[in-house]
Design a protein around this ligand. Structure first.
Ligand code: SAH
Ligand code: SF4
Length: 360
């Protein structure tokens, strides 16, 4: 299989061009054509010699996807299914208005996947039930963004790594994609408009802090103490609670960027006054925003055991939880349930049949 040209950084493309006897400065011309003009075939790069166009098409691919399907929800959310060239599939979700606050109405957020499947097997997650297939290449991450912009004929403003997979277990490719997407020359996504959500891969949270990638960090906390967290997320056995919070404190010290704690509310499990007290204590250790997430049941994956017992907290309970956090001096917000009718909630992606949808 040919290498996708979008996996190369500018210096890497320059190096390739020099190795085939071409001038270094052509690399920039090629990249601008691809990322700004969005050409889809090397033939369209008319400002380079024909011999180079032929060389590029013989050695590289431009597009990552063999096939794209989409499914529209009544609230404006669109779910995309991308078939990769090796036959695996991934999903992205376009959320035209992610949060309820007035000021954020103009956002166009794409929830992207970083892996096909996921190895971490969180009890509440549909992607986890698919098991791990493979890491996505940087080009496959970038192409989720470019393809959705092309299909919707509009610009995305925000990217969240909350689709399929654990982005920090595919660190190098995610970093490559983020660096390209935030490169001001290509005007794709503004710095800090990309959020990486992690289940808590401690060594990579530290690396992210040291690398100072221009992103925001969201931590899927879901439980305010180790024992419950371990029940919900088996990976917590390896990446323990106290060390995890310390890594987040380190991240804040290095980047001065507040971290979001994601917290799915499960009825009768993590929704008590004592959970609120513990959560408030954590929120005071490091500047955070808490994102209260309604649980989207995953009955369609036929869960068993503890997974099958999980119940969403009621709307009233979520409101109460939010008010109690506020009484403890902690701000929280609630993600809207966009796309629920097509199971398009971020983090709930499991390639449920898209047979009814249009081929594009
Ligand atoms: N692997 C990363 C990013 C993908 S999951 C992570 O775990 O953070 C993105 C978010 O969706 C996470 O906060 C995850 O906990 C949440 N999520 C997963 N399954 C969900 C479900 N069934 N209902 C609500 N949120 C879910
Ligand atoms: Fe993987 Fe995140 Fe799902 Fe857990 S919640 S299984 S880490 S995608």
């Amino acid at each position: 299989m040919k290498k996708n040209i979008k996996n190369l950084t500018l210096p890497e493309l320059q190096e390739y061009l020099v190795s085939v006897g071409e001038s270094k400065y052509r690399a920039k011309q090629i990249m601008l054509k691809i990322f700004v003009e969005r050409i889809e075939s090397f033939d369209e790069i008319t400002n380079i010699p024909k011999t180079l166009r032929i060389n590029l098409s013989e050695n590289f691919d431009i597009s990552s996807f063999a096939n794209t399907k989409s499914q529209h929800s009544s609230d404006g959310t669109i779910k995309y299914l991308f078939e990769l060239k090796d036959g695996s599939s991934i999903e992205s979700v376009l959320i035209p208005c992610e949060y309820t606050e007035e000021s954020k109405r103009n956002r166009k957020t794409l929830c992207v996947s970083s892996q096909a499947g996921c190895a971490l097997d969180c009890t509440f997650c549909a992607t986890g039930k698919l098991k791990f297939k493979r890491n996505l290449k940087a080009s496959e991450i970038i192409d989720q963004v470019l393809t959705v912009e092309k299909l919707t004929k509009s610009k995305l403003t925000n990217i969240v790594f909350m689709g399929m997979g654990e982005p920090l277990l595919n660190y190098d490719n995610v970093k490559r994609a983020v660096e390209l997407l935030t490169n001001p020359e290509f005007q794709l996504i503004k710095k800090r408009k990309i959020t990486i959500s992690t289940s808590g891969v401690i060594p990579k949270i530290i690396q992210l802090a040291d690398d100072k990638l221009p992103v925001k960090l969201a931590l899927s906390l879901h439980a305010p103490y180790q024992e419950l967290r371990m029940k919900l997320m088996p990976s917590a056995e390896k990446w323990k609670f106290e060390k995890l919070i310390e890594s987040v404190e380190y991240y804040y010290r290095q980047t001065k960027t507040p971290v979001t704690f994601e917290y799915i509310l499960f009825e009768g499990l993590n929704d008590t006054i004592s959970d609120i007290k513990l959560l408030s204590k954590l929120a005071r250790r490091v500047p955070t925003k808490i994102n209260l997430i309604p649980y989207h049941t995953i009955e369609f994956t036929n869960p068993t055991g503890f997974s099958a017992e999980l119940k969403p907290a009621s709307k009233g309970k979520i409101q109460w939880f939010r008010m109690e956090l506020l009484k403890n001096g902690v701000q929280s917000f609630q993600r809207t349930s966009s796309g629920l009718d097509i199971d398009a909630a971020c983090g709930q992606l499991a390639l449920k049949s898209l047979n009814q949808s249009n081929k594009q």
